[in-house]
Design a protein around this ligand. Structure first.
Ligand code: DX5
Ligand code: ZN
Length: 216
């Protein structure tokens, strides 16, 4: 399987959201990456259900929704109703992660778990077979446009080993600081999906940048 590219809507122009959604529709991108921040789990607030619904109305590709919120269990059905196809929760925000993952799948979404830079991949070993996706944060969550943390490569290798030694079909997604200089090494190390916000939306030609990120 070729790697997937998920442009992050967080870096889009919110006053021209439909234009940016159409650009992604027409591009070689695979998913829409949708970041939800609550000002509690992370020191920033992004947007909520009305905006997700508005994105869903125009998006012709799956919505990859990344929850950076405390106690996500309260809102799983709301995210499904708003249009999420893949729902990713943070390990650090879920004391009953197994239950949360089952609930996400039970209402018809693919289930992902995200881990912060300080969280070892090994903490996922007991749940890896239940997951569709693991999102490795390669910056501290909360903001777009941050510097990539180099230690991420080691975590990809460790996670790929855990996936290989289990029956898991989980994809490895990398989120934060992905750029034209590191994307190939991330793929070579074992990443299956790359989120890109700043790299796509601050470029002169976002659609071409997405096409460039698809090249191997
Ligand atoms: C950060 C978010 C990312 C962010 C990535 O907390 O989870 O998805 O949009 O942005 P870039 O690619 O600019 O680092
Ligand atoms: Zn994200």
């Amino acid at each position: 399987m070729s790697h997937l590219i998920a442009p992050s809507i967080l870096s889009a122009d919110f006053a021209n959201l439909q234009r940016d959604i159409e650009m992604i529709n027409e591009s070689q991108a695979d998913w829409f990456h949708v970041d939800i921040m609550d000002g509690m789990f992370v020191p920033n607030i992004s947007f909520g259900f009305p905006v997700i619904k508005a994105i869903k109305k125009h998006a012709k590709k799956p919505l990859d929704v990344h929850l950076m919120i405390v106690d996500p269990d309260r809102y799983l059905q709301n995210f499904k109703d708003a249009g999420a196809d893949i729902l990713t929760v943070h390990l650090e925000a879920c004391p009953h992660l197994h239950r949360t993952v089952q609930a996400i799948k039970g209402i018809g979404m693919k289930a992902g778990v995200a881990i912060n830079p300080h969280t070892p991949a090994g903490l996922l070993s007991e749940i890896i077979e239940d997951l569709d996706l693991v999102l490795i944060m390669s910056v501290n969550p909360g903001f777009g446009g941050q510097k990539f943390i180099e230690r991420t490569y080691q975590k990809i290798t460790a996670l790929a080993e855990i996936i290989k030694s289990s029956k898991s079909k989980a994809l490895i997604e990398i989120d934060g600081g992905v750029d034209m200089k590191n994307y190939k090494k991330l793929i070579d190390t074992g990443a299956n999906a790359l989120v890109a916000g700043n790299t796509v939306f601050s470029s002169n030609n976002p659609s071409q940048t997405i096409a460039d990120l698809k090249k191997i």
